[in-house]
Design a protein around this ligand. Structure first.
Ligand code: 5GP
Length: 214
């Protein structure tokens, strides 16, 4: 990205000259995090952007790895100081992407992966139209509901709420025109390969600007 391509002595051997911001979105239960981590493992110079959130830390979350956990007041400060590239309310809690860290990584030529919701993707694409946005879809609504149930970490009521929210998010994503590619997670390895292939094509300039098959 030309805006962030100034000389940097701290470049690593894996760094390249073609930094790219990769947005990955998708509803809960679609396997988005697993796909994101798979893409991260497959592309040598990729880095995952750790979001800031006001939601409560669960036993499965590692501070600084999954999220930076912040109070409402701390989040307010980040917004006021212009430190977030984007932020959104998701299930009543706030989530945001640290701007400076993302720009620093892009300047080093890396693939920066942000796992954010549709509202966030709209904000990022408005500010950085060159970002590449991928939306992960379930093979069907029935499969999505089953996957939400099998996570077993929530009540039926919470599952029903997430299912309704997921359907709304898929519809919004389709209508938004923001996503460059829709990947159906019917098979994890295949879905990761599809996303990785699209990113590689985009970075080598052979991408077709494919908007996907949906
Ligand atoms: P969870 O609380 O289950 O980890 O994440 C809930 C949702 O928040 C997911 O759909 C995820 O994509 C979204 N999310 C996580 N980090 C960010 C962020 O920095 N910005 C935005 N806009 N959404 C985020």
């Amino acid at each position: 990205m030309s805006d962030h391509s100034t000389h940097d002595d701290r470049r690593l051997p894996t760094d390249t000259a073609d930094g790219l911001l990769l947005i990955i979105s998708g509803p809960s239960g679609v396997g988005k995090t697993t796909i994101t981590r798979g893409v991260e493992r497959s592309i040598a110079d990729s880095v995952f952007s750790v979001s800031v959130t006001t939601r409560a830390q669960t036993g499965a979350d590692v501070e600084g790895v999954d999220y930076h956990f912040a109070s409402d007041a701390e989040f307010d400060d980040l917004i006021e100081q212009g430190q977030l590239l984007e932020w959104a309310n998701v299930f009543g809690k706030r989530y945001g992407t640290p701007k400076q860290w993302v720009f620093e990584q892009l300047r080093r030529g890396r693939l920066v992966i942000v796992e954010i919701d549709v509202d966030g993707a709209l904000q990022v694409k408005a500010a950085m139209p060159e970002a590449f946005a991928v939306f992960i879809l379930p093979p069907s609504e029935d499969v999505l509901l089953e996957r939400l149930r099998h996570r077993k970490r929530e009540s039926e009521e919470a599952i029903a709420r997430r299912f309704a929210e997921a359907k709304r998010e898929i519809a919004t994503a389709r209508e938004s025109g923001v996503y460059d590619l829709f990947v159906v997670n019917d098979d994890l390895d295949r879905a990761i390969s599809e996303a990785v292939g699209a990113v590689r094509s985009r970075r080598t300039g052979t991408g077709r600007g494919d908007r996907g098959s949906v």
